[in-house]
Design a protein around this ligand. Structure first.
Ligand SMILES: [Cu+2]
Length: 134
């Protein structure tokens, strides 16, 4: 058995192993392009703007979250239990980036999980942000 053959065999085994360890869209050389959806979301005292997004299952979702003008100290945030998101957004100028792969279908309700700790406490409006994955 030649040395070159052994090297080729090892490379082939590593490539096959990589497909098992990094299945689907995450593998960089699979040639399959993952859909990317980016959204700019502003968090106001009473609502999210926009207050809902729709994406396809399997896509990469990137949220850029900003506190609305004058609300940096309100301890705004976005929590989505279905996707283990719990972000605190305290800047009006530098967006907080939250990324996730929308791997499960359904309608997921987001809310401000951190306003309770802000100046309004329990009086903070119950605002909702809906993520629809279809
Ligand atoms: Cu808030």
């Amino acid at each position: 058995m030649s040395k070159a053959f052994v090297i080729v065999a090892v490379v082939v085994i590593l490539v096959i192993a990589a497909f098992f360890f990094f299945p689907g869209d995450k593998i960089p050389f699979s040639g399959k392009k993952q859909a990317v959806h980016e959204f700019n979301i502003t968090i106001f005292h009473t609502h999210y703007e926009p207050n809902s997004i729709s994406v396809e299952q399997g896509s990469l979702v990137k949220l850029s979250l900003l506190a609305a003008p004058g609300t940096a100290s309100y301890m705004h945030g976005l929590a989505v239990d279905g996707y283990s998101i719990n972000a605190l957004v305290t800047s009006e100028t530098f967006p907080l980036e939250v990324s996730f792969v929308a791997d499960r279908k359904g309608s997921f309700s987001g809310y401000c999980g951190s306003c309770l700790n802000g100046p309004f406490g329990r009086d903070a409006p119950d605002k909702r942000f809906i993520i629809v994955v279809s």
